[in-house]
Design a binder for this molecule. Structure first.
Ligand code: SF4
Ligand code: SF4
Ligand code: SF4
Ligand code: FES
Ligand code: FES
Length: 678
């Protein structure tokens, strides 16, 4: 296209400057066209039809999937378009569970907002909602299919951005649904609890699982001492719920609000992030010296840890053995507060306030439960804390700032930057550089670890040795990096991974956002926090040094291992653990088994499986063929691999699968004929 190319949107000339679709140009014209299924970071799906516009000579077209061309004349608000939008939203509402006042997404639901914006005051269609059971099996996410508008955003983010593919479309026509793979409950599939699907879901169909009621209960129990820890990323996002700009720091008001609600102590997870830096850096130095389990992977993101355990078990020993700051805090605070106050561990209740849904899962891992008592009892998200503050009737913006309790409320900037992708690497570099060179550095920033790219590579020379680091956010990016390490295409000494794009500032427990600018402002807010603090290196935190002297003993020593470290195990499933997806009730069944292991997934097993199921349906083979999925046939290089009867098909396509099914069917028919003749 030429430099001077333009098109017309609602009578205004808009220059075309490399935009991929009409929607981007319409937004450039400052028109907020409604959309449900378009997100710039995902592939174009074009299903919701809300973005329909009129183009002269073309008629009605979806703006999100129509490429721009010069001199197009686009109208976004004709009478027909306005009517159509209303009908689409009314139909969605008619198919929707109408429980808006009690829905968690009530104030942030895009369907509700659109109904308001389009002035819909009545629904002219009969309520068709089906009352499907709610799936609350996951510790992190609640799935209510009755509120789903089938935009497919969750399916695409889980598969395209996170490369997990735990949820997908199932059934056809009016029965189409989005469900976890193989029709199982969410806790029975490969979901890593990152919650990105819930973050992007425009309605209340996917929401973080709330623990607010349990927290109120312990607050009202006079026998309990209730202790809060606040994660770094929460401080730059909580204010948004109360109308403040993203990135504005609210630590003082948050501490005041928590005390007003009834928490007995208010601490900062950044303190144990400082402790993580010290333990993890020393572990790194030891590994480098022994040349063992390099690269070292960070382990503070539980969704990433589960991803490694489930898809790359060969790398579990590369994960740092350090517990996450949340879990270090739980173990340490219970031990120390019990000794100080004489209270029993079970009467000290640790409540984490996290930007994260995966932390809810992490707190329930059996490694972190001792004698039936969890190290961290409850995890609530930034959103949940916002609801508690609202329920308590506190005027958050007007609260007089208060400070955290000591000692676990004192942190350095290194502990705070954990909230951003790249923060752990930078904090570790602030420690390791001084430790290896034996010299105090004046400056503390390592800005090469920062940035928006999902994969950032850093080379650094220290004490005569070259180090290579990667900071990664988004699990799809992590998969790319792991595959390169596996194939020898890349070598790193240290790899930081955060499951959420941009790190915890973009976690699914944060106030709902879809515009990446919100996340960027939070990121900036975290670095400003670092600059405003007095100290910037974890090794300078006086309370951490005191903790080692008076309680923990040596860094990486016995006590530190008992309270601050852990181990991980493989969660890889192998071929004998097949999951039935469709079973024939015919007499003689053709067994089709599709490998769903990592290698095959990467080579398209998910699409192949879907195509095979559709083929069986359209060819009416449902009574003759049973389909199941298994994990890894140990032929990963040749994927996607399927088995039809006894025959293994490598590099399988739908055509090869259909042929093999037909051959097997002929064989079964032949056997039947022979049997009937005998
Ligand atoms: S929580 Fe994450 S892994 Fe699980 S279904 Fe949602 S996007 Fe996929
Ligand atoms: S669950 Fe939410 S994101 Fe997924 S298809 Fe339904 S409405 Fe869209
Ligand atoms: S990146 Fe942060 S918010 Fe996201 S899953 Fe990991 S720990 Fe949770
Ligand atoms: S946003 Fe274009 S069809 Fe959904
Ligand atoms: S992933 Fe190993 S054979 Fe399919």
């Amino acid at each position: 296209m030429n430099e001077n190319d333009f098109l017309i949107v609602d009578n205004k000339e808009i220059p075309i400057e490399g935009e991929q679709n009409l929607l981007e140009l319409i937004r450039k014209a400052k028109i907020d066209l409604p959309t449900f299924c378009y997100h710039s970071e995902l592939s174009v799906y074009g299903a919701c039809r809300l973005c329909m516009v009129y183009v002269e000579g073309m008629g009605l077209v979806p703006a999100c999937s129509t490429p721009p061309s010069p001199s197009m004349n686009v109208k976004t608000n004709t009478e027909d378009i306005r009517k159509m939008r209303k009908i689409i939203v009314e139909l969605l509402l008619a198919n929707h569970s109408q429980s808006c006042p009690t829905c968690q997404k009530s104030t942030t639901c895009q369907l509700q907002a659109l109904a308001r914006r389009l002035g819909i005051t009545e629904i002219r269609f009969k309520n068709q909602s089906k009352n499907i059971p709610v799936d609350d099996s996951s510790p992190s996410i609640v799935r209510d299919p009755n509120k789903c508008v089938l935009c497919g955003d969750c399916v695409r983010i889980c598969s395209e951005v996170q490369s997990v593919g735990a949820i997908d479309f199932a059934h056809r026509g009016a029965n189409t649904m989005v469900i976890p793979s193989f029709g199982k409950d969410l806790d029975k599939v490969e979901c890593v609890n990152c919650g990105q699907c819930a973050r992007i879901c425009p309605t209340g169909a996917l929401t973080p699982k709330s623990e607010v009621d349990e927290v109120w209960k312990v607050i009202h129990d006079p026998n309990k001492m209730v202790v809060a820890q606040i994660a770094p990323a929460v401080r730059v996002a909580l204010g948004e719920i109360f109308g403040m700009e993203p990135g504005v720091t609210t630590t003082g008001q948050t501490a005041a609000a928590l005390r007003a609600i009834g928490f007995n102590r208010v601490f900062d997870t950044s303190f144990t992030a400082d402790l993580t830096v010290i333990e993890e850096s020393n572990e790194f130095i030891k590994r480098i010296q022994k040349n063992e389990f390099i690269p070292q992977f960070t382990s503070c993101c539980p969704a990433w840890v589960k991803f490694v355990e489930q898809y790359y078990p060969e790398f579990v020993h590369n994960l740092s053995s350090c517990r996450s700051p949340q879990q270090m805090f739980g173990a340490l605070s219970k031990e120390i507060l019990a000794a100080q106050t004489g209270k029993k561990r079970e009467d000290i209740v640790v409540v984490s306030i996290m930007p994260c849904t995966a932390k809810k899962f992490e707190a329930k891992r059996p490694e972190f439960i001792h004698d039936g008592v969890r190290d961290v009892d409850h995890v609530i998200t930034t959103q949940e804390l916002g609801r508690m503050i609202e329920e308590a009737g506190l005027n958050f913006r007007e609260l007089d700032p208060e400070s955290f309790n000591l000692p676990f409320g004192f942190k350095t900037g290194a502990g705070v930057i954990f909230g951003n992708s790249g923060g752990v690497s930078e904090a570790v570099l602030r420690y390791v550089t001084e430790k290896l060179t034996g010299e105090k550095r004046e400056s503390y920033e390592f800005t090469s670890t920062r940035g928006e790219n999902g994969i950032r590579e850093i080379k650094i020379s220290l004490a005569g040795k070259e180090f290579s680091l990667a900071t990664v956010s988004g699990l799809g990016n992590a998969r790319q990096v792991l595959e390169k390490i596996k194939s020898g295409q890349a070598f790193y000494d240290f790899v930081e991974v955060m499951a959420c794009p941009g790190g915890c500032v973009g976690g699914a427990g944060q106030p709902v956002f879809t515009n990446p600018v919100v996340r960027q402002k939070r990121t900036k807010g975290i670095y400003e926090n670092d600059r405003m603090l007095e100290l910037h290196k974890s090794q300078d935190n006086p309370y951490i040094n005191e903790l080692y002297t008076s309680f923990l003993g040596e860094v990486g020593g016995h006590k530190a291992h008992e309270l601050l470290h852990t181990g991980y195990k493989s969660r890889k499933r192998i071929a004998d653990e097949g999951m039935s997806l469709s079973s024939s009730d015919g007499e003689q069944t053709i067994e089709v088994n599709v490998c769903f292991g990592t290698g095959c997934f990467l080579k398209g097993a998910q699409k192949l499986l879907r195509d095979i199921l559709v083929h069986i349906d359209t060819e009416q083979l449902g009574d003759k063929v049973s389909v199941s999925a298994s994990f890894c046939f140990e032929m990963c290089e040749k994927g996607p691999v399927i088995r039809v009867g006894d025959k293994v098909i490598e590099g399988c396509t739908l055509e090869k699968a259909a042929l093999a099914i037909e051959e097997e069917r002929q064989k079964v028919l032949g056997d039947k004929t022979v049997n009937s003749m005998q």
